[in-house]
Design a protein around this ligand. Sequence first.
Ligand SMILES: [Zn+2]
Length: 431
Amino acid sequence: MSPSADVEAKRMSYTIDLEQGMVSGAASERKHSMNEQHSPEAEDHGPAEPVAQAETAPAAPEIDWHEFNIKSGDTLSSLFRKAGFNDGVMLSVIHGADEATKLQRLYAGEDIRFGLDDEGQLVAVELQRSRLESLKITRTEDGFVGKTEIREPEPRPAFATGVIDGSLYLAARDAGLNDRLTMELAGIFGWDIDFVYDVRKGDRFEVVYEELYLDGEKFETGRILSARFINRGTENVALLYTDSNGDSDYYTPDGKSMRKAFLRVPINARLSSPFNLQRRHPVLDVVRPHEGTDYAAPPGTPIKAAGSGRVQFAGWKGGYGRTVVLQHGDNITTLYAHMSRLGKGIKNGSRVKQGDTIGYVGSSGMVTGPHLHYEFRVNGVAKNSRTVKLPDAKPVPSTELARFRQLTDQRLAQFNVFREGDRQLAMASDN
Ligand SMILES: [Zn+2]
C-alpha cells in the first residue's frame, strides 16, 4: 500500500534488465542509500516536502473530506450541490479573502475536495490543479480565506551509464535516460564534441542526474548534476555549479566553462551558402566576397545571439535589410541580416545574453529567398564562423573558486560512489 512498495517493484524490473546487459537502471537500486548518505543538493533546494496536511487540518477537529474529479460540463454550482451545499454557501466561499475567488476558474481533470466538520458544516475547499499546485480555502472566524500552494518535489540523485554502439540517442535510451536528459547531455558536451561526426563506437558516458520525488514516488527527472563522456579515449567531465548570483552552468573540475563564448551556429537551420571570399553574388552576378554564412530557414524562425554582448546596431542596413549587429567585448562583432522583424526589446544599446532571440528569419534587403546571413568579425575583419577558433566562456571567477571547489569535490565524490557501485554490480552480473 505504501508508495515505497511501488518503487520497490519498479526497481526489481530494473535489476532484471541488468541481466540483459543494461547496466543503467540498476543504479536506481542505490538511489535511496546515496540520498541518505549525502546530498550536496540539499542546500540548493531547502526542505523538500511542505507539511500540507498539518496546515489544512489542525489537530483538533476531524475533517470529513468529499472529493470529486471535475468533468467537462461540471460547474462550481453543480459540484457544490453534489457535496450537499447550495449556491449561498458557494458564494460565501468564492467571495472569501485573498485567492478564494480563483476557485471560479476550474478545469476538467482537476480534483475538488470539500471538507466538512462533525456537524456537516463546510470548513474547507481544496482544488487540486496538478500534482504540484493546489488552491486551499479554509474557513476562519472572518469567513473563507484562499491561498495557492505549490509543492517542491524532492530531488534525489540517480546514475546512468552507457556505451555507444550506434548513436548517443540509442545508448542513452538503453541506459534509461529520457529524451530531455539525452538532449541536455548532448548540449553540455556539444561545444567540443560533434555528436554526428566525432562520436565513435565504444565511447562511453556516465551521468548523475536528479529524479524528482513527491510523497516518496518518482514524479519526473530534474537536472544533470555531473557527467563524464569518454570520446575516442579522451575524458570530458562536466559539473553543475550554481554561482553566488544564482546562475547555474557546467564547468570542468578545474573551473573552466564547458561552453564557448559563442554559438557556432546561431540558428536551427541548414547551411545554404558558406563563407567564401571569391563568391559570385547571386543577385548582382559579379564576384563579391561572401563575408558571412547563410542559413536557409522558413520565415519567422528565431535567430539567437551567438554570444552575450550589447546591441551596436538594430535597424535597416541597405542590402542587408533588417539587421542586428552585436558587440562582444572589445574586438568581436556578430551580424545577423535579412530579418523579418527584430526580437523583443532589441534596440541600440540593449544588452543580450547568449541564446536570446534577437530577431526572426525573413527576406528583407537584397535576397533571393528567406535566410539568415551571419557574420563573425574580429577587429572588423570577416572570419569564417564555421571554423574560427572560438574563445571559451568565462571560467568560475577567482573570488568563487573556494566555494566552487567545495561543491564540486562533493559532486565528484558522489559521482565516484555511483561509479564504484555500478562497477561492482556489473561484475556481479557477469559471472
Ligand atoms: Zn549571405
